[in-house]
Design a protein around this ligand. Structure first.
Ligand SMILES: [Zn+2]
Length: 186
């Protein structure tokens, strides 16, 4: 019974609810990405010390930025969100959405490594703070701004092809995301 309910829920999420779900997901992703942009601005333009540069929400709630489990939780939510909304994408848009999924999967692994170091109580590579693999070459603030940008680009391309699909893709879509220029007149 539970699996039937889940299947029909996922079916609706990728059918009649796909448009609303995608819009809600986009708002969350944009808000998070904006926080990373603000943090980079605080570090590079305002020259704030790294520990003080906590984006917007982090100014009021410093634990948001300093809690590794929340970073991991967000990366996981994003991975699940991309994966859950994948079936609604067909054709060319699906290819780009899968690219975003693969990049976010790796981003999530990096956060899992960070989280694991907090749980284990020791850091990798003899570092002073929890350190992920690519962080060996790129510092954390830059790296996660880069990751969030890198995931966002294929998401935007996928959404573009999803909203403006070619005729063969449009015929296979089960959601209402596609823009129909004639819809207002018919
Ligand atoms: Zn859709």
């Amino acid at each position: 019974m539970a699996s039937t309910t889940l299947t029909s829920f996922l079916g609706r999420l990728n059918g009649p609810w796909h448009k609303r779900a995608l819009q809600a997901f986009l708002v969350v992703v944009l808000a998070h990405w904006a926080e990373h942009l603000v943090q980079a601005y605080q570090v590079y333009v305002l020259k704030w010390p790294l520990h003080q540069a906590r984006g917007v929400l982090g100014q009021a709630f410093p634990w948001l930025v300093h809690s590794e489990v929340l970073h991991y939780g967000y990366a996981l939510i994003m991975l699940v969100g991309i994966w859950t909304l994948l079936p609604g994408f067909v054709g060319r848009s699906r290819t780009w959405w899968v690219v975003a999924l693969v990049i976010q999967f790796w981003h999530h692994i990096e956060h899992a490594l960070l989280q694991g170091q907090v749980i284990a109580g020791r850091t990798l590579f003899g570092a002073a703070a929890p350190t992920s693999i690519v962080q060996l070459w790129i510092p954390r603030v830059e790296l996660h701004l880069f990751y969030n940008t890198l995931v966002f680009i294929p998401m935007v391309v996928a959404m573009y092809y999803h909203v403006f699909p070619g005729a063969p893709d449009a015929a296979r879509m089960r959601c209402s995301c596609a823009f129909h220029p004639n819809a207002a007149t018919t």
